[in-house]
Design a binder for this molecule. Structure first.
Ligand SMILES: Nc1ncnc2c1ncn2[C@@H]1O[C@H](COP(=O)(O)OP(=O)(O)OP(=O)(O)O)[C@@H](O)[C@H]1O
Ligand SMILES: [Mg+2]
Length: 336
């Protein structure tokens, strides 16, 4: 093992990322879209946090705010994002550029946004290697080919262009690029959704292996509870731009507290199943341009009372490290 890896191991358990009171708003056709509404969480080195929740919950907006890649004109982000002791929200653009794609990299939901259509795929990977790992050109080509094979693409395809690849293969190239710079933090936004099941398993294994070797931390955005189960240490459930439940994966799976989490996890017959999707819950999430007072889940919640529909809903720590934003959590647990 290299000395770099040894150094990273020494930092085990140290806080890498601390997000406090993050809000993201978009201005769209004259309305304010309240996409993220006061999100806070911590992530230690080497740990993986899963962000789960329905479409439109604000998961991608959280990741983009951390990396400061929200659209300048239409989006505003507030709060603090302390990474390795520094608040990224306060960094100058040129300092943020040194962190982006170097210490923090992101695998996007849509692989096409990350690939250059007129550059050969192998070169796109080896450019990351020469820039971030200071390899010579020859070493970078060798390593780039290895990385292609690691994500299940034959090295002979190194000189092809993105349009010669299928959607799943493009996503594998994007994953190889994101891992090539050996980031301290990987933001993985639905990284395996576009892949077929066999390749999904290989890619997850690859990501897990990198995490082990380099002590990389990861925020994994996924709809797939099987993926959460296999990959994550902690889980945060996002609803209408808030984390309404969070805790160790085993606690949240074993003992889901919030009525929304129960809806998502409750119908899960067996958490060892590889690919359980989130179960549908009756009703729709609220319109982010017109969020209700009180708990945003109340309009869909079978347990909601008038008290749920007013004021701020505080987080309750039901067991050590397991939080839930539901004022009726204790009563509901007695009723069940
Ligand atoms: N550029 C934008 N301009 C206006 N509204 C936006 C923009 N990007 C996202 N939104 C809105 O912000 C809210 C949160 O979107 P976001 O993409 O963060 O959700 P998500 O949880 O990642 O959803 P999905 O699971 O579908 O990827 C949604 O209501 C979305 O329509
Ligand atoms: Mg998204």
């Amino acid at each position: 093992m290299s000395s770099e890896n040894n150094n990273k191991k020494v930092n085990d358990g140290e806080m890498l990322l601390s997000v406090k009171d993050l809000t993201v708003q978009y201005t769209s056709m004259g309305s304010v879209v309240r996409a993220v509404n006061g999100v806070s969480f911590d992530l230690k080195r080497g740990q993986t946090l899963a962000l789960v929740g329905e479409t439109g919950a604000g998961k991608t907006s959280i990741a983009k705010a951390i990396l400061r890649i929200l659209p300048d004109i239409s989006a505003t982000a507030k709060g603090s994002v302390v990474f390795d002791g520094e608040d990224l929200m306060k960094l100058k653009d040129k300092d943020m550029e040194k962190i982006r794609g170097h210490k923090i990299s992101m695998i996007f939901q849509d692989p096409m946004t990350a690939l250059n259509p007129i550059m050969r795929v192998g070169r796109q990977i080896s450019e990351v290697l020469t820039a971030h790992r200071h390899l010579t050109r020859e070493e970078a080509v060798e390593e780039g080919k290895k990385m292609l094979e690691m994500v299940g693409i034959p090295a002979e395809r190194y000189n092809e262009f993105p349009h010669q690849f299928s959607g799943g293969m493009k996503q594998r190239v994007v994953i190889a690029m994101a891992l090539a710079c050996t980031p301290e933090l990987l933001l993985a936004d639905e990284p395996t959704t576009a892949l077929d099941v066999t390749i999904q398993a290989q890619v997850l294994e690859l990501i897990n292996d990198l995490k082990e070797r380099l002590n990389t931390s990861m925020i994994l955005i996924t709809h797939d509870l099987g993926v959460v189960n296999e990959t994550c240490d902690d889980v945060a459930v996002v609803y209408a731009g808030k984390i309404i439940e969070s805790g160790k994966k085993r606690d949240v799976f074993k003992n889901p507290l919030h009525p929304y989490t129960n809806g998502l996890f409750g119908a899960l017959p067996n958490m060892n199943l590889d690919s359980e999707r989130l179960s549908p819950i009756e009703g729709l999430p609220p319109d982010p341009t017109d969020l209700p007072d009180g708990c945003a889940f109340a309009p869909r919640c079978p347990y909601a009372t008038d008290k749920c529909r007013q004021g701020d809903i505080p987080a309750v720590e039901v067991e050590p490290g397991h939080f839930c934003e539901c004022i009726r959590v204790h009563e509901i647990r007695k009723e069940q």
